[in-house]
Design a protein around this ligand. Sequence first.
Ligand code: ZN
Length: 413
Amino acid sequence: MLLQIPLDIPDVEIEKLDASTKKSFVITIVSTLKGTICKSCGKPIDKFYGYSKEITLRHLPILEKPVWLKIKPKRYQCPYCDNGPTTTQTCSWYDSKSPHTKAYEQWLLRELINSTITDVSMKRGIGEAAVEGIINRYIHQQVNWQAIKAIPLLGIDEIALKKGHKDFVVIVSAINEQGKKHILAVLPDRKKDTVKAFLAAIPPLQKATIQRVCVDMYEGYSNAVYETLPGVAVIVDRFHVAKNYRGCADKARKQEMHVLKKTLSDEKYAELKGVMWVFRKRWVDLTEEQQVPLLMLFRYSPLLKQVYIFREVMTSIFNRPLTKTQAVIELEAWIKQVQALGLSCFDSFVGTLRKWMNEISNYFIQRQSSGFVEGLNNKIKVIKRRCYGIYDLGRLFQHIWLDVEGRRLFGYA
Ligand SMILES: [Zn+2]
């Protein structure tokens, strides 16, 4: 049984199909398009002047097999210019500088979304240098401001390029009113002056649309914003806050477990197996069975019970639809209670909360920002995992751009 598949290329005819190698299809085609534009005078010309040397272009695979197209580009001679120069015909479906059809390159770009060059290169049997060439042909290494109108909400976040490494690069992203995400920059370090220089260089038209900036609790970022974007609200998003107080609770658990290991019998200590995992969960998310070791832990360590409760109270404050003023009252009350109970494990968090109270409570003003920040943080987390080892900032920008915006452009919408 034979199957007919359209080649999906305009203005060509198939001359020959060679499927003899079994590993690939080689298709010889001819252009049915007549004429071209003279490269010297720009006039349309149609005096045929023979064929150029045959070129081979990689096209979309058929049944997982690579497809190669062979074509002899047509040449035309100009009757208007002196000496009658010849011009090779250009076709819309390939670029003379590339060894692939445009359809193939865009397919590969879709493959690259949420993937790495190495993965795509291996899976699709194409050299890494060729993949890089495609990326460079389609994706800028810097933001194209002309494509961006309004950026009401900015996000500044950092990623470490190597696990445990102190070298950070800073990702500046944005979202518009329609929820469309943009990557604006990958900055070489997290120094205040570096961030300031970028923010100051945002074109005035777009700069005037910035209303809020989400940052982690780091003065380099907040001060860069305060010094370059007066009147813009700085927000510390709840996920950075949560990381902080949840870390305090976890540290207390570790210390208490250490004590319990020494004071409890081996049998009793064994009953606490798996308690680390359940301690990190919300009470409502646990099954009755999972609650057992946690209740056991609370019996042995009343301190951890209080730590757990106050961690959850903090989360519930962020879940409630409070105004900024109400939120400040709630947060202050939490600090008072925690200190009255002597829960010193939260001391460092209390210090952070006091220092960043304004920016943290700004979160409550327009909570819709949280969705963006959450989405973006998740995205950046994924990117972080995949970007270890990419040191070229332009390349990094291209990758993040592909993940954040590429789906819209190359993806199947
Ligand atoms: Zn001419």
